[in-house]
Ligand binder design. Structure first.
Ligand SMILES: NC(=O)C1=CN([C@@H]2O[C@H](COP(=O)(O)OP(=O)(O)OC[C@H]3O[C@@H](n4cnc5c(N)ncnc54)[C@H](O)[C@@H]3O)[C@@H](O)[C@H]2O)C=CC1
Ligand SMILES: N[C@@H](CC=O)C(=O)O
Ligand code: NA
Length: 439
């Protein structure tokens, strides 16, 4: 059988990695896919650099629409990133009857509902394993491997850049800027690294996983997003002293508030007990913990960023599309795991309604009765205390009191924090970091 023809949009970190792995493992891949996968055309900004990578056998063009509109191309592989141009290209490819493989989580989190609807109508596939947790086959696990289960929650480290930054800062004492630069040089960071640092990239990925896990449309706009830019080194140290590690987690979970079903969708720095496997996931590695009713807990660990780990997922999708291209669309695995007509209308909960535990750091003037005031405010709000760490007074007789609470609702903590901040003995703002035992 003749090889299937792929057109690559973009030949940067992931594009070049995809090309190299396809070349290196072409025979193995052909044996799995049932026919060869040939890169017939690439579109890039820097033509010279691209020609050095792909040689003279592959047509290199500057205009990505030349790939998308080329009748000889069977599969368009979108690896340029961003929202607008990528959306136009992918919709045009679909309109032209081409299958699409993309690593672009930003595109899918924002425009996935529209793109999947268009693909369904046209009978083509849009595959996106590389978009979530890079090389870890988490989309396949959630969508196919766990399809017998009612999934309860999905939580994990899904941004390699921020995990790399937190690990290197803690282990090597390096400053934020230096480690970010390294993450960029290693090809982990997004073109705009604020997407990584501010938690947006993790929220894109979480939105996709949430849709697949619970059978709901993608709702990126309802995600609660906090990144690591406000994290202070002192909290990383106090967390360690209390037996925890701070990780940027994405968490999505079914929950019931006041008798009504809802879904949590949140990304924020989180204390995790130091003994948990997730607490020990370091560098650019990702890990996703899925809780499901039949199988129980399963954990997926691996490289979430970088050229070849991401290429591994892109090519797995190419193989899937090659195998399934001729199957009738209704017999294929649905894009979002559930049949498009079966998506549920369960609301994403406002952040005030979520239940979790909290790390609170209060800087106080070291006076008699300060601790009593704090415990009274928490008790009045119905918040019970799990652990307290009080440091020796330092400069200007100020000291830090760190409190770990048991589970409570975010809105009760917000109210308690407001009262603590209004005490005359409280210095500055209360630092609040959420805590998940992930047990
Ligand atoms: N780098 C990584 O570890 C991972 C990246 N991704 C996603 O993969 C996609 C690509 O990421 P990278 O390879 O890291 O980016 P990159 O910046 O290294 O490469 C982007 C490529 O797209 C081309 N390009 C950009 N705008 C273009 C335009 N207007 N016309 C033609 N070509 C254009 C550039 O020339 C370059 O070849 C993004 O959606 C990213 O979020 C997903 C998982 C991991
Ligand atoms: N910038 C992302 C790349 C992979 O998705 C990350 O750091 O995880
Ligand atoms: Na993946």
């Amino acid at each position: 059988m003749k090889p299937i023809k792929a057109g690559l949009l973009g030949l940067g970190t992931v594009g070049a990695g995809t090309y190299h792995v396809l070349e290196r493992n072409q025979e193995e891949i052909r044996r799995r896919a049932g026919r060869g996968i040939e890169v017939a055309m690439v579109s890039v900004r820097n033509l010279e650099r691209a020609r050095r990578i792909v040689g003279s056998d592959v047509e290199v063009v500057a205009d990505p629409f030349a790939v998308v509109n080329n009748p000889d191309i069977d599969i368009v592989v979108e690896l340029i990133g961003g929202y607008d141009l990528a959306r136009e290209l992918v919709l045009q490819a679909i309109a032209n009857g081409k299958h699409v493989v993309t690593a672009n989580k930003a595109l899918l989190a924002l425009h996935g509902n529209e793109i999947f609807e268009a693909a369904q109508a046209k009978g083509v596939m849009v595959a996106f394993e590389a978009a979530v947790a890079g090389g870890i086959p988490i989309i396949k696990a959630l969508r196919e491997g766990l399809s017998a289960n009612r999934i309860e929650s999905v939580a994990g480290i899904i941004n390699g850049t921020t995990n790399f930054i937190l690990s290197e800062m803690r282990d090597k004492g390096l400053d934020f800027g230096t480690v970010l630069k390294q993450a960029q040089e290693l090809g982990y960071a997004e073109a705009d690294p604020t997407f990584d640092i501010e938690g947006v990239d993790a929220a894109h990925k979480l939105t996709i996983m949430s849709a697949i896990a619970f059978g709901i449309p993608m709702q990126f706009g309802s995600a609660h997003i906090e990144g690591i830019s406000q994290l202070q080194a002192v909290d990383l140290r106090y967390a360690e002293q209390l037996g925890y590690r701070i990780k940027l987690l994405g968490i999505t979970r079914r929950t019931t508030v006041d008798g009504k079903d809802g879904i949590e969708l949140r990304v924020h720095p989180t204390l995790v007990p130091g003994a948990r496997l997730i607490a020990n996931v370091e560098g650019a590695m990702n890990a996703v913990l899925v809780q499901a009713d039949a199988v129980g807990a399963t954990l997926y660990y691996g490289k979430g960023a970088g050229a070849e780990p991401t290429a591994s997922a892109v090519i797995a999708d190419l193989v899937d599309v090659t195998r399934l291209a001729t199957a009738d669309p209704y017999s294929r695995v649905p894009h979002l795991a559930f049949q498009p007509t079966e998506l549920a209308d369960v609301p994403i909960l406002p952040m005030e309604e979520i239940r979790t535990s909290y790390y609170l750091r209060v800087t106080v003037q070291d006076q008699l009765g300060v601790m009593a005031d704090l415990t009274r405010i928490l008790a009045d709000a119905g918040i019970s205390i799990d652990a307290v760490l009080q440091k020796e007074p330092g400069e200007k007789a100020r000291t830090d009191i760190v409190i770990i609470t048991h589970q409570t609702r975010e809105k009760y903590v917000n109210a308690a924090i407001a009262k603590i901040e209004s005490l005359a003995t409280t210095v500055g703002k209360v630092v609040r970091i959420r805590l998940e035992s992930l047990g």
